[in-house]
Ligand binder design. Structure first.
Ligand SMILES: Cc1cc2nc3c(=O)[nH]c(=O)nc-3n(C[C@H](O)[C@H](O)[C@H](O)COP(=O)(O)OP(=O)(O)OC[C@H]3O[C@@H](n4cnc5c(N)ncnc54)[C@H](O)[C@@H]3O)c2cc1C
Length: 399
């Protein structure tokens, strides 16, 4: 499966990691250059949201790259969007503070009514509205999504929502939230995945009117929150698509999410390797650069090899996605391999820096903390392996 750059007629699978879409990468790098390590360290101390950074990405149309041109976006391919996120992380910035808009928007685009698309997409593209919050996980249901307890009950021209979400990132900095809630009780559906519905909640109206957002203090500055909904009333036309089919809509968007997150991991990994190589070449111990020792050099080289392999699967997954072909296995495998490769790179970078890795000013420990997340969220490694075991290799379902 080749991924051909239509403009250049070049087979992109021949290009090393970090080198396809060079102009797009350079444009992203130019923005990221204005947001150095100090910016991210300062945010972390204040537990603040990178508003200036997200606004800059929005202004240049990067967060609207998957919104079709007819709705004010730039209508790029998924691989181009993945490259944007990869390059942000490879530059030392943090794409996760804005990434959700790219994949959450897909649910609205694919399953929303024309009226909903006209109402929201152009404003999301222009930055007038932020769609950065995705409320799926609950305190008692993470991996087991279909057992979620948030209920939305139709009453005339509105729904009444009761329940709780956890780890809803960026909710306090978003105007809209995509919410997954149960509309038909579990004991009245034949399949657990039936009876769930997706809503686009206007947080500006909901906050203080039945919806409360509380920040969670976390290991990384992810602006993540808990959301409490107590008789929250939302208009019936907040429903996306058909009632009861929400889980399928969410699953539809997951391949794009996996591919985008995998690319962010590749970007982080490239940052770790570059940083580790620079330090290994510069730091002298026993009268020679530490990188001259194979025990220092090999873990970095091994991490780079793993990143190259993960990057190839990311590109294949993105190419299959763009061609409208089945890409669930590739998207999941790409995410797993990339999250593991970046962790390898993070560990190598940490170890190469010795004690100085603990000094905040090097940014290594910050990136190291951030990189660990992707073996857990948005889907854990075990769940990817069970997908491969069951759906690719044909072994029994384990849960
Ligand atoms: C910083 C951060 C940001 C997040 N942002 C969001 C967000 O914006 N929106 C949102 O909805 N969610 C978000 N999440 C939640 C995230 O998607 C979940 O944490 C993740 O899906 C795992 O769910 P859990 O934490 O409930 O783990 P659990 O489901 O409790 O699982 C715990 C562990 O057990 C393993 N496990 C469970 N069942 C099995 C099984 N059958 N076989 C093998 N292993 C199993 C899992 O792999 C995992 O390692 C975020 C989480 C974090 C930490």
């Amino acid at each position: 499966m080749s991924d051909v750059d239509e403009a250049a007629g070049e087979d992109l699978t021949m290009v090393p990691a970090g080198e396809d879409y060079p102009e797009l990468r350079q444009a992203v790098q130019r923005i990221c250059a204005h947001f150095p390590g100090e910016y991210w360290r300062d945010l972390e101390e204040k537990e603040a949201y990178p508003t200036a950074f997200v606004e800059e990405l929005t202004k240049h149309g990067f967060l609207a790259s998957l919104i079709p041109e007819e709705y004010g976006g730039t209508g790029l391919k998924l691989r181009a969007a993945a490259v944007i996120l990869e390059e942000i992380n490879a530059s030392g910035c943090t794409a996760s503070q804005g990434h959700a808009q790219m994949y959450i928007m897909g649910t609205l685009l694919r399953h929303g009514s024309e009226r909903q698309k006209q109402k929201y997409l152009p404003k999301i593209a222009s930055g007038e509205l932020r769609l950065q919050a995705f409320g799926v996980t609950e305190p008692t249901s993470g991996t087991d999504t279909t057992s979620l307890r948030t209920r939305a009950v139709r009453e005339g021209d509105h729904y009444v929502v009761n329940g709780q979400k956890v780890w809803t990132s960026r909710a306090a900095h978003s105007d809209l939230m995509l919410l997954l809630a149960r509309t038909t009780p579990l004991d009245q559906v034949t399949k657990k995945s039936d009876g769930l519905s997706v809503f686009l909640v206007d947080l500006r109206e909901a906050r203080g009117n039945g919806l409360e957002i509380r920040p969670i203090k976390a290991m990384i500055n992810h602006n993540t929150t808990e959301i409490f909904m107590d008789n929250l009333t939302i208009p019936a036309d907040s429903l996306i698509g058909q009632e009861g089919r929400g889980f399928r809509y969410i699953l539809d968007g997951m391949n794009a999410e996996r591919i985008l997150v995998a690319s962010e991991c590749v970007g982080d990994g490239r940052w770790f390797v570059k940083k580790a190589v620079a330090y290994a070449n510069e730091r002298r111990v026993f009268g020679r650069p530490i990188g001259q020792n194979q025990a220092v050099q090999f873990p970095i080289a091994r991490a780079w090899a793993a990143l190259e392999a993960a990057d190839m699967v990311c590109r294949r997954a993105a190419a299959l996605f763009a061609a409208g072909k089945e890409c669930g296995a590739d998207a999941n495998i790409a995410k797993m391999l990339a999250s593991e490769a970046t962790w390898q790179a993070a560990e190598a970078c940490m170890q190469t820096h010795g004690g100085f890795s603990y000094a905040r000013e090097y940014d290594v420990e910050r990136k190291w903390r951030e990189a660990r997340l992707y073996q857990i969220a948005p889907i854990s490694t075990n769940l990817v392996l069970s997908y491969v075991g069951q759906h690719v290799l044909g072994m029994p379902r384990s849960f």
